[in-house]
Design a protein around this ligand. Structure first.
Ligand code: 4FV
Length: 246
């Protein structure tokens, strides 16, 4: 998977996308992350990339020309046009289903806005889709772009070890993850659930699934109502709430 990121702040990406799983995936060449500084493509002698909004109003708007020329610098070398995603609050909210959909592509161009946004005509000209990471306003599209690169890269074969890929499966199954414990056995008079010390893998998996069902029901009823529960799920859930002291 190749990510080309159009941004005014390329340095912001190194720290986050240079570490751990994503950093190793880049070293192994499983993913490529290129940052393109939009300011380098400003035709203005002072490298201007933003200007006042037509019609007045507060804040500044990113100009179309520097973005367009930065974009051309990527696609002019390519046969087929890659999917261009503009990270913006106007987009569909990112979720695991969208992550899996994007994970099936091999090249993404991510456009990061700043200030009050970008000239609408650049969206009409080059943007295939808008994606938001949530209904709140950020100072720029850089953090959303990092979220998208991190989540989509996990879909690339070889980036995650089998263990690590469990999380994704649970979320793609619409379930919250079960509680995790590690050494020491006792911490602040709190011990690890006995079932996990039993070594009985079938019982452990059943208990973990029960915990995922219970947590999703309690913490994310919006996800829970979308679940298709089989008879065993219903029995596990019933039992989970029977054990709760009234
Ligand atoms: C955002 C979001 C977001 C809006 C104006 C950047 C900011 C500024 N992007 N999900 N939420 N973008 O708030 O993706 O240009």
């Amino acid at each position: 998977m190749r990510f080309d990121i159009l941004t005014l702040f390329p340095d912001a990406f190194n720290a986050v996308l240079g570490e751990s799983i994503i950093g190793r995936a880049r070293e192994k060449g499983l993913i490529t992350v290129n940052t393109i500084n939009i300011r380098d493509f400003s035709a203005d002698k002072h490298k201007k990339v933003d200007d006042y909004p037509y019609g007045g109003g507060r804040g500044m708007v990113m100009m179309a020309q520097p973005i367009y020329d930065a974009y051309l610098s990527i696609v002019e070398k390519l046969e087929c046009k890659p999917r261009v995603i503009y990270l913006s609050p106007q987009g569909r909210i990112l979720n695991q289903k969208i992550v899996e959909e994007l994970g099936r592509l091999d090249h993404l161009v991510l456009l990061c806005g700043h200030y009050e946004g970008i000239d609408e005509r650049i969206i009409e000209e080059i943007v295939d889709e808008e994606i938001s990471i949530g209904d709140y306003v950020l100072t720029g599209g850089e953090l959303p772009a990092m979220v998208l690169v991190d989540s989509v890269s996990r879909q690339v074969p070889g980036v995650l070890s089998s263990e690590e890929s469990y999380m994704d499966e649970s979320h793609s199954a619409g379930l919250l993850e079960y509680p995790q414990y590690t050494r020491p056995y006792e911490f602040k008079n709190r011990t690890v659930p006995e079932i996990l010390m039993s070594g009985h893998h079938a019982n452990i998996n059943s208990w973990r699934h029960q915990q995922s069902l219970k947590r999703t029901y309690i913490k994310r009823p919006d996800l829970f109502e979308k679940l298709k529960l089989d008879k065993e799920d219903k029995a596990l859930l019933k039992e989970a709430f029977e054990n709760i002291e009234p």
